[in-house]
Write a protein that binds this ligand. Structure first.
Ligand code: HEC
Length: 127
């Protein structure tokens, strides 16, 4: 079989090259995520009291307002629990070390600092 002539190899259109480069960039994107399993850092955390209260409000739909589930709920209470236990549970969910139905996904949205602030917030609530 004949080797391709130089005329053939030099006839690659710039558009084709651009699309190949585009595919290589896209193919590399998941690798970038795989290297950084920690929470996304697209916004600085708002750890003011109001900011933490707003973060904690994300948990209310399941764990109840201020971490006190509605009577009869099967979901765990967060209010008045040990802060270290709460933070550890969230870190374990985020790292995929703890079995979960939803918390493993939800925990991925929070940085270490936000998890610590959430744990302190709920620990400080009365039961
Ligand atoms: C969509 C419902 C839902 C939301 C929203 C939610 N959780 Fe959970 N949470 C659960 C469920 C269900 C479990 C039990 C583990 C599982 O199946 O994922 C759980 C378990 C936990 C646990 C472990 C408690 C224990 O005693 O083992 C912690 C801590 C926790 N959630 C914290 C939070 C925090 C903090 C937020 C808000 C940032 C939050 N959750 C938002 C449903 C939710």
């Amino acid at each position: 079989m004949l080797a391709p002539s130089s005329a053939e190899t030099s006839s690659i259109e710039p558009r084709a090259v651009r699309s190949i480069v585009g595919w290589l960039v896209l193919a590399g994107a998941p690798c970038a995520f795989a290297q950084s399993p920690s929470a996304p850092r697209f916004a600085p955390p708002n750890l003011t009291p109001a900011g933490v209260r707003a973060l904690a409000a994300n948990c209310a739909q399941c764990h109840g307002t201020d971490g006190r589930p509605a009577p009869g709920s099967v979901l765990p209470a967060l209010a008045g629990r040990d802060a270290r236990d709460l933070a550890q549970a969230l870190l374990d969910f985020r790292a995929g070390r703890a079995r979960a139905t939803v918390m493993d996904q939800l925990a991925k949205g929070y940085s270490d600092a936000e998890i610590a602030a959430l744990a302190d917030y709920f620990a400080a609530r009365g039961r």
